[in-house]
Design a binder for this molecule. Sequence first.
Ligand SMILES: [Zn+2]
Length: 445
Amino acid sequence: MSRTLIRGGTLLTADEAQPVLHDGYLLIDGDTIVDVGTGAPPSDGVDEVLDATGMLVTPGFVNAHTHLCMIYGRNLGTDRGLLHWLSEAQVPLMGALEPEDYEVSMQLGAIENLLAGNTTICEVFFSPHYDQGVDALAARALDRSGIRSVFIRCANDESFFDGFVERREDIVERSERLIAEFQAAARTTIGVGPLIPWGSSAESFRDAVELSSRHGALIHLHTAETPEYNALVQERTGRSNVEMLADVGALGDSVMLNHCVHLSEHDIELIADSGTHVIHDPTSNMLLASGVSPVPRLREAGINVGLACDGPACNNAQDMIEAMKDAALLHKVTSGEAETLVANDVFLMATRNGARSIGLGGRLGVLAEGHLADVVLVDARAPHLTPMNNELAALVYSARGADVHTVLVDGRVVVRDGAVTTLDEQAIRAHAQERAERARSIAGV
Ligand SMILES: [Zn+2]
């Protein structure tokens, strides 16, 4: 196993015991951090030394909700609300995809995420082409990219847009096949979940709960995203979105609820009492005018809240540093209190809390001994990061994803000096541009 030493930088550890370490070092053995400290680092038996002088060293960011399957739709149909954005641009475009496009989308999206220091993503995948095995193609492409991912295979058994509805028994059978294929994979795990709360039968939600308990798969659900979505759920079930989930047993520690914008106090109680995780997507909530999730209230209720960019077509980027800043600013201006969601709060949401939401609490998201070596070096030798008065505030409020210099996943260097080492960025960008133009012209969008 190879040993890597990162030395000379300022470590932002996300560890309460020693949150900031100046002139710190990090020793990695294989995929695990084995030593964290300051001063003279151990040098025996080290295969590679990464010099982090002038850099901030942080845990890899956990982008806990994205849709790379929609990456061709970046900046298409923007400045519209959720349902219009979907029906007028995104859904027709996805209908024109071919199996090859899912691989290209995952490769391009993995590159974008890795370059921004997002070492883990939850890919909330959906497709009208499941009969062509595109779920496995996409999950394999993500796995090969070197990123850590929870690949969430989503569908609806009753209603969504034409071509996107999958038979209940197919959802279960195909999900099990995918789970079996990735059972032994270290970095890629499979999650499940109906895609949207108003498109699936109660039985299909129960199927997801059963898949989760049988295989340990995470459940990941869009929840209470807009008033329209909530009204559709109410109409179908006579319950709020969260109450409906409680009815079918779809709350708990292995469940991630994404968005949670429009919640009642009763909904918040149900989420808190069940230990369910919430994922916050400030940028897409603002862009689609979905509303403001009551994140400070959720945190006060003891709920674990992670952070996400949402898809490249509804953000329209994959920059978790930007998402941290957006989250902090959104809740400050909404509450009228600058003390709401401070830099450290959003930093922990982007790292430790996200890791916990995917079942890797205590193993990921912190620079500490025994944790998986997903590490990001942010180059602070730039005018917009000078002078360096407060490293944490600099990361959240001044840095950008483009400042990311080096990225390790499982101790392996996947970005070096701002370039991805696992994939050919230039070739994939050119290919993606060409394939996206083809899909656009077929879809007429
Ligand atoms: Zn989403």
